[in-house]
Design a protein around this ligand. Structure first.
Ligand code: ASP
Length: 345
């Protein structure tokens, strides 16, 4: 039996950072340092190869064009490896995981994002366990020789999550992520135990790369007493092809005629507005309350239980597709890559 071959893609993040002696702040460092800090990697019954982005970055510097570079690297190397581990800062890892789930369509191999809260060189680091287990999962196959995980997933502090369901929830705890509206894909204890029925399986025959996303979008978080004037610029097709509204509770808004007219005119002109909830669990239902009905009336699309991170990535992907406006809107409500629960409206 051949050892599994895993490609580690290093993008930066705390896991590989060191303290700058002059400024005292953490900054990204090269992959060599990280590799040498984990001697366990040399004992692994896996073959590992690494690819480092030209300049490792703090994940706050990530953007869809850099997601595209990661996706392209995986696409170009897809047939040669059993799985992929993307080392990434935790701050925007949920956004990148969501983005990659729409960029790499038809995956039959694992793409596991991981990182850490403490640099790998620090004694109490969470980085070693995260890295080692992420690699192990990336090489795991079932009895038929197929990869167990066939999607973009995120591994952190003993749990494996579906990437496009995750959110970063703590800047302090090692358990830094949650996937509040979808069950965990696996738990790593003494054994790595998979929740097999929860794993995503594609119906696509081949891997497709969709890396050109439309970034002309807006995100508006409602708050009590919010003035409408400052958000008017978003509802103009020249600046913005789509807007996500983070609404209250089950998808509700305060009553405001200016907002209603703004939304109505924008949607009639061909703009797309997607409604996601500010709540961590539960979903949007625009027919439940009087205060949510306004969205339904003007043609806002319910984002059901999409996270904001997944909604942003999905909207960027859908807007860039060469399909009709109706098809774009339909795709937003469909479950494409496990990002949304279909039964919820
Ligand atoms: N600022 C870091 C980053 O996201 C935090 C981390 O990696 O945990 O790159």
């Amino acid at each position: 039996m051949k050892n599994p071959l895993v490609l580690i893609i290093y993008t930066g993040g705390t896991i590989g950072m060191v303290n700058d002696p002059e400024t005292g702040v953490l900054k990204p460092f090269d992959f060599e340092h990280l590799y040498n800090s984990v001697p366990e990697l040399k004992q692994f019954a896996y073959d590992l190869e690494a690819y480092s982005m030209d300049e490792p970055i703090d994940s706050s510097e990530m953007n869809p064009s850099r997601w595209g570079e990661i996706a392209q690297t995986i696409f170009d190397n897809y047939v040669n490896y059993d799985g992929f581990v993307v080392l990434h800062g935790s701050d925007t890892m949920a956004y990148t995981a969501s983005g990659l789930s729409f960029m790499l369509q038809g995956l039959k191999k694992p793409v596991i994002l991981t990182g850490s809260q403490l640099p790998i060189g620090q004694i109490r680091t969470d980085g070693k366990e995260n890295l080692i287990t992420a690699i192990e999962i990336a090489g795991m196959k079932d009895q038929t020789g197929e990869s167990i995980v066939q999607e973009v997933a995120l591994y952190f502090e003993s749990s494996l999550y579906r990437g496009n369901r995750t959110q970063k929830i703590s800047a302090e705890n090692f358990e830094a992520f949650s996937s509040a509206n979808y069950v965990h894909l696996a738990e790593a204890g003494v054994h790595i135990s998979f929740n097999k029925p929860a794993l995503f399986r594609t119906t696509l025959k081949e891997l497709r790369l969709k890396k050109n996303f439309c970034t002309e979008i807006g995100l508006v978080k409602l708050f009590p007493g919010m003035p409408i004037e400052p958000i008017k610029a978003y509802f103009n097709l020249e600046n913005c092809k789509g807007v996500i509204i983070e609404s209250f509770g089950a998808g509700n808004s305060f009553s405001n005629d200016v907002l209603k007219t703004l939304l109505s005119n924008y949607i009639s002109a061909g703009g797309i507005v997607l409604n996601v909830t500010q709540c961590v669990t539960g979903h949007v239902n625009q027919t439940k309350y009087q205060t949510g009905k306004m969205f339904e009336q003007v043609g806002v699309i319910s984002g059901a239980d999409l996270t904001t991170e997944a909604a942003l990535a999905k909207l960027m992907y859908v807007l860039a597709e060469p399909i009709s406006l109706t098809e774009k809107k339909d795709n937003l409500t469909k479950n494409l890559f496990g990002e949304i629960s279909e039964i919820l409206k």
